[in-house]
Design a protein around this ligand. Structure first.
Ligand SMILES: CC(=O)SCCNC(=O)CCNC(=O)[C@H](O)C(C)(C)COP(=O)(O)OP(=O)(O)OC[C@H]1O[C@@H](n2cnc3c(N)ncnc32)[C@H](O)[C@@H]1OP(=O)(O)O
Ligand SMILES: O=CC(=O)O
Ligand SMILES: [Mg+2]
Length: 293
């Protein structure tokens, strides 16, 4: 990632900027990318910026990861987050924990975002998550997120991309399911046709409906489309607020509003049966709406 793009990325209103040493960087530019990233970290984040500053290092099996980590974890300003691509086993996590323990000299806890992007990674996914959580109790990193690396995944399993993405459906669902089981965020795939904003919107909304909490972006033009797709709509917020207000009222007064028909603990609201799972969905919507303010 060249300095011009990094400078631009740091002005964007995004949750996390990933400074890339991996697949966005040509093999003969790795040293240069490390030096550029070191320079950006040394300068410090722009004033008022709340954006999480991350570095995507090269994969452990590439043989380049140690030098990437050594470079970005030296100096006074550390990245908030390391994005670790092509994680395939708990051994990879052990290697990473060992590196971190040698390279991070203070008590800082570095966030860890884990890329899952091969058949082997999916076969070992539960072990990877268990190992990340266990190791984080003894080493100074915090696993926060799983990312679905769909492009590498398709290359790895020999899949052909289709318009309805059927070839990645199982993996895409498995990732979100496993992430949630371990209380991790799930970040959805990249949409590489970066000029096709309608296609991006459709894929982002699909990911959001599947339970993903966000999406990777590769171009500034993708940011507003993705953010809008992952935030609750006004209609959803009105529905959730109305439902929670009515429920609270009911809890206080013990009275059933006339429009509610109580059947075995459930009630009717705006034409739907509501019980605890729907109340929790309404709470999720409001939590997300508050977080985005
Ligand atoms: C599967 C994976 O691993 S995905 C991750 C690896 N891939 C990447 O990181 C690719 C990141 N994206 C890019 O490099 C670029 O967006 C490209 C190559 C796809 C297109 O780049 P360009 O042809 O320069 O796009 P375009 O001309 O539309 O850019 C418009 C502006 O946005 C900037 N821009 C484009 N992409 C980015 C980016 N990722 N981050 C920050 N700024 C960017 C350009 O510098 C340009 O800035 P300017 O208006 O100030 O001159
Ligand atoms: O790293 C991302 C991918 O899709 O591969
Ligand atoms: Mg990848």
């Amino acid at each position: 990632m060249i300095l011009k793009k990094i400078t631009k990325a740091l002005t964007l209103d995004v949750d996390c900027v990933a400074l890339d040493c991996e697949d966005g960087v040509a093999i003969n530019r790795k040293e240069q990318a490390r030096a550029t990233i070191r320079g950006v970290l040394d300068k410090g984040r722009p004033d008022q910026s709340k954006t999480d500053l991350g570095v995507r290092v090269n994969s452990i099996d590439s043989g380049l990861c140690h030098s990437d980590l050594e470079s970005c974890l030296s100096g006074n300003n550390l990245p908030d987050t390391i994005l670790l691509p092509k994680v395939e086993s708990s051994e990879h996590l052990k290697w990473f924990a060992d590196e971190i323990s040698h390279l991070v000299k203070n008590d800082n806890k570095i966030n860890l975002i884990i890329f899952i992007e091969s058949a082997m990674a999916f076969v070992n996914l539960v072990d990877i998550c268990k190992s990340a959580v266990q190791l984080s109790k003894r080493f100074n990193f915090v696993p926060t997120t799983l990312v679905f690396g769909s492009d590498d995944f398709c290359a790895n399993i020999g899949a052909t991309r289709t318009s309805n993405s059927i070839e990645i459906l199982h993996a895409r669902q498995k990732l979100v399911l496993t992430a949630k089981a371990f209380n991790l965020q799930a970040i959805d795939m990249v949409y590489i046709q970066y000029k096709d904003l309608d296609g991006l919107k459709a894929q982002s909304e699909e990911g959001m409906r599947m339970g993903y909490t966000g999406k990777q972006v590769i171009h500034p033009g993708q940011v507003p489309v993705v953010q809008e797709a992952f935030l609750p709509t006004k209609t959803q917020i009105d529905w959730a607020q109305g439902l929670l207000r009515s429920f609270e009222e009911h809890q206080k007064t013990g009275k059933v509003p006339e429009k509610w028909l109580i059947i075995l603990g459930a009630f009717a609201y705006r034409g739907s049966m509501i019980d605890m799972p729907t109340m929790k969905q309404a709470q999720n919507i409001m939590k997300l709406a508050k977080l985005s303010k």
